[in-house]
Design a binder for this molecule. Structure first.
Ligand code: 26A
Length: 373
């Protein structure tokens, strides 16, 4: 969903939230959500920039970082860009929307933290379009987080000011009405980006998943997570049944864990064999590599490692609009398929299909009218 700048004329306008009426209308079905997602809800400010602009702020192609003080002028500067669009983002929220796009109504619910402002209203509108239910923790004193999605020649560089998203607390999940939803779910999906906010909230979901032999998927999200949030990542990995990452995140993991290899299959084998809380399920590691084949590694019951590769059907160059959200869309197709009981090969195929759909849209979005797999 795209928004015009004029819609943001009063950025901190406080109004009753769409979320409430929307959630009330589905109250009957709220404990039937199969998939619970957790992440940082953000509004993306997406615009094309010249390469020099990225250089000016020390930004890399296809990277995602947390903004520091020197990046803050970006959010004002890009407001003048004619092509600027405001589009619902937040990596796990994109995945949640994508999974709900694929699954029957009322299948997915998303937890995160937002401010009481017009940015959050825009997120609610986008989520409502997909039928995604949200259980936001609302912040009085912080604005909804935003991400400058700077596009240069089909690549994107993401600079995030988490704001309200940084104040999500595990206690929000533990509220009786929310915990009932968590308990009733069958699958969990967590953005690795949330490791910068609340590893404890991730562990709460992990304990629930492990105790009841329900699968939890974690996305590594960005190289900086493995680099600078290594301890937090290591502390949640025992709860993770499905690791989803791209090649640069896999490499960052190998580097920070001194694996002395850049071979993605070797890195996947290492991660697959790390200790698990729930020993009733093997861990599967899924590494995407852009247009190169997706690699999966699963540890079989006998301890043997099953390595599979799945080629990607390349899109014609003219069909590529932008890659913002492509990885999140892959994760959406993948996790939605697990919810539907599909096997690994099918889940990867649906993931690749969903990524291709999103790449043909502006921002982390899917086409309407809906396309069927
Ligand atoms: C903590 N950080 C840096 C982030 C993000 C993020 N989502 C959560 N936390 N930085 C960028 N994103 C989102 O990633 C999507 C593309 O995969 C952007 O909002 C964008 O929609």
């Amino acid at each position: 969903m795209k928004f015009s700048l004029s819609q943001l004329a009063k950025p901190y306008l406080i109004r009753p939230f769409l979320q409430f009426s929307f959630t009330r209308s589905i109250a009957m079905s709220q404990n039937q959500y199969k998939l619970v997602c957790l992440g940082n809800p953000l509004l993306d400010l997406q615009t094309n920039v010249p390469q020099e602009y990225l250089k000016k702020y020390d930004l890399k192609d296809n990277d995602a970082i947390l903004a520091d003080a020197k990046h803050l002028p970006i959010y004002d500067e890009i407001l003048n860009n004619k092509d600027l669009i405001l589009v619902a983002g937040g990596a796990a929220q994109n995945t949640a929307r994508g999974a709900q796009y694929i699954l029957p109504p009322h299948s997915v619910v998303y937890f995160g933290s937002v401010g009481k402002d017009v940015y959050a209203e825009r997120l609610n509108e986008a989520n409502a379009k997909y039928g995604l239910a949200t259980r936001y923790q609302l912040q009085d004193d912080y604005a909804t987080g935003k991400c400058a999605a700077l596009i240069y020649d089909h690549h994107r560089s993401l600079v995030t000011d988490l704001a309200a998203a940084n104040h999500f607390k595990p206690e929000h999940l533990q509220k009786p009405e929310n915990w009932a939803i968590v308990e009733a779910a069958t699958h969990y999906y967590v953005g690795g980006f949330h490791l910068t906010v609340s590893p404890d909230a991730i562990k709460l979901l992990g304990e629930e998943a492990a105790k009841n032999n329900k699968p939890l998927a974690l996305n590594f999200s960005a190289p900086f997570i493995a680099q600078f949030f290594k301890d937090q990542l290591d502390s949640v990995l025992p709860y993770v049944d499905y690791v989803i990452a791209n090649e640069s995140e896999a490499e960052a993991y190998a580097e920070s864990h001194d694996l002395k290899t850049k071979d993605v299959a070797e890195i996947a084998k290492h991660v697959a064999q790390l200790p698990k809380k729930n020993t009733k399920r093997p861990r599967t590691v899924i590494f995407t590599q852009g247009t190169d084949p997706t690699i999966t590694v699963t540890q079989g019951k006998d301890g043997e490692l099953q390595v599979e590769t799945y080629p990607v059907k390349p899109l014609a160059k003219e069909d590529v609009v932008d890659t913002n959200g492509a990885g999140d869309a892959f994760a959406a197709g993948f996790i939605a398929s697990l919810v539907q009981g599909k096997d690994l090969a099918d889940a990867v195929d649906v993931g690749q299909w969903a990524a291709a759909l999103s790449i043909q849209e502006v921002g982390p979005s899917f086409p309407f009218p809906k396309k069927e797999y």
